[in-house]
Design a protein around this ligand. Structure first.
Ligand SMILES: Nc1ncnc2c1ncn2[C@@H]1O[C@H](COP(=O)(O)OP(=O)(O)O)[C@@H](O)[C@H]1O
Ligand SMILES: [Mg+2]
Length: 468
């Protein structure tokens, strides 16, 4: 680079570039910008290149990022010449001036970040609505500007110039596709040389390339994020396919096991009846019977869970489904000293669905409610019609007084095989959720003052479907 340190900006005589020196400097700079896709490192490299000893361009460089919403510039990074240790040229060839690029060691990067000057810059926020004239002009005009063009000294609109002890400085916008990313401010500490016209030209060229490089790293980051999302989705799909295969296998094994299990339970029950009470053999048989019932339940749940959704739903009546389940359950409720309160008003409770599966939903919820109240309680079952976003919906609610669901359990409620019960299968709610989803509905769970409340929201069938 030509030594133009004695020339003043205010002289503003365009100084021709010393072609070989400046070309190699710009080459170094542009190849450096291509050397990394890490935004943080890139910013350090840009600011270090502007202040490093070898280039001798400026004494300090600062980066402020623009926030359009708040109309402010936030200080992000500040580097002074003393903090450029570890900044060096790599892969340069003495026979070829257009070779090599700058790099910065990881430790040096951390040191730069921890320097008091950087902390000062990071602690600076410039409000553009009533702030510094210099930066406001750079932001509005999107043009390089230097202190000599404006009289910022003694300006009482902000203390930026005074705070940083600036006597000669220049600010350049970082623009990509006409969007302002931020600005770079460079200066020479007081008492040192003024900024020359040639240095300003180099600064502008740096800034043009830096803007593009920053945009590139942003685009690259977006690409990386999109790629990560895609591969996550792919993994989910593969996982889903695996699960489906496992589900099918589980279903066929369950099916095979169910018949011999029923036989074992049945014969054990027959044998039990032939034995006198209080014999150890009778106790063994009781265990066989209980365990085979438990396994039957588990296999039943696995079969229900892995059942494929019905493709073609039939018109059915939700109120009739609920009443049928309650009739099946009445004796059990009486035994457990659970009082039943129903609110099942007459109305239009028709939907397109699979009555058998809806019954399963109801039974699973009633079973859980009853199991939550081993010492008795109150069970409320209700049906209500609501409208959401112009769509008529039906809400089936089942509430108990069993103390509710702890927060930790609430998070895992629908996870298959999650259970807090000694003999639970952990599939009841997973089945409910799947059936409800297949019917285009939503399952809502909440705690009331006394217990848990499950709400099933299902879409009402359109009149023309039922009557047409
Ligand atoms: N009405 C309820 N009150 C309190 N906890 C409940 C209720 N319903 C479900 N839970 C909790 O959710 C868990 C999962 O329920 P579920 O999927 O039906 O499996 P299981 O009943 O076999 O444990 C239960 O183990 C229990 O901890
Ligand atoms: Mg259950």
């Amino acid at each position: 680079m030509a030594d133009t340190s004695t020339k003043q900006t205010s002289d503003a005589v365009p100084v021709p570039l010393s072609l070989a020196g400046d070309l190699s400097l710009l080459y170094l700079f542009s190849s450096t910008l291509l050397s990394t896709m890490k935004l943080n490192k890139l910013l350090h490299l840009i600011l270090s290149a502007l202040v490093c000893e070898n280039n001798g361009l400026f004494g300090r460089s600062m980066l402020f990022l623009y926030n359009q919403k708040t109309n402010t510039l936030q200080g992000m990074l500040g580097i002074c010449r003393e903090n450029t240790a570890g900044f060096h040229v790599v892969d340069s060839d003495p026979d070829n001036p257009l070779s090599g690029f700058w790099d910065l060691e990881a430790d040096a990067l951390t040191l730069q970040q921890q320097s008091p000057f950087c902390a000062d810059v990071r602690g600076t926020r410039i409000d553009l609505s009533d702030g510094c004239r210099l930066v406001t002009r750079v932001v509005h005009d999107r043009k390089l500007c230097c202190l000599a063009d404006l009289d910022c000294q003694g300006c009482d609109e902000c203390d930026f110039v005074e705070r940083f002890g600036i006597s000669t400085c220049a600010a350049v916008p970082l623009v990509t596709r006409n969007n302002l990313i931020g600005i770079i401010i460079v200066d020479n500490p007081s008492g040192q040389q003024k900024i020359t016209g040639e240095q300003l030209q180099v600064l502008q060229l740096f800034a043009n390339q830096a803007g593009m490089a920053i945009e590139n790293t942003r685009l690259y980051r977006n690409l990386e994020e999109a790629h990560a999302e895609l591969s996550e989705a792919r993994q989910r799909l593969v996982h889903g396919a695996h699960l489906a295969a496992i589900g099918e296998m589980a279903a066929s094994i369950s099916h095979e096991l169910k018949t011999p299990l029923i036989t074992i339970g049945g014969f054990a029950a027959r044998l039990e009846r032939t034995l006198p009470e209080d014999t150890p053999q009778r106790h063994y048989l009781e265990t066989i019977i209980n365990e085979s019932h438990r396994l039957e339940r588990l296999l039943g749940d696995i079969l229900a869970f892995s059942r494929k959704p019905t493709i073609c739903y039939q018109p059915c009546n939700l109120k009739a489904v609920v009443e049928e389940c309650l009739a099946d359950y009445r004796l059990t409720l009486d035994d457990r000293k659970i009082t039943l309160e129903t609110a099942l008003p007459a109305g239009r409770w028709k939907l397109l669905g699979d009555a058998g599966q809806l019954k399963q939903v109801c039974i699973n919820l009633l079973t859980n409610a009853q199991e939550a109240m081993p010492n008795g309680g109150r069970l409320r079952v209700g049906l209500a019609g609501i409208e959401e976003q112009g769509r008529p919906l039906m809400v089936l609610s089942i509430a108990d007084t069993g103390g509710g669901i702890p927060e930790e359990t609430m998070k895992k409620l629908l996870t298959p095989f999650f259970t807090t019960k000694r003999h639970g299968t952990g599939l009841g709610l997973a089945i409910v959720s799947r059936i409800v989803q297949n019917h285009g509905g939503i399952l809502r769970v909440s705690n009331t003052a006394e217990g848990a409340e499950f709400k099933i929201v299902l879409p009402q069938a359109p009149t023309e479907v039922l009557e047409g």
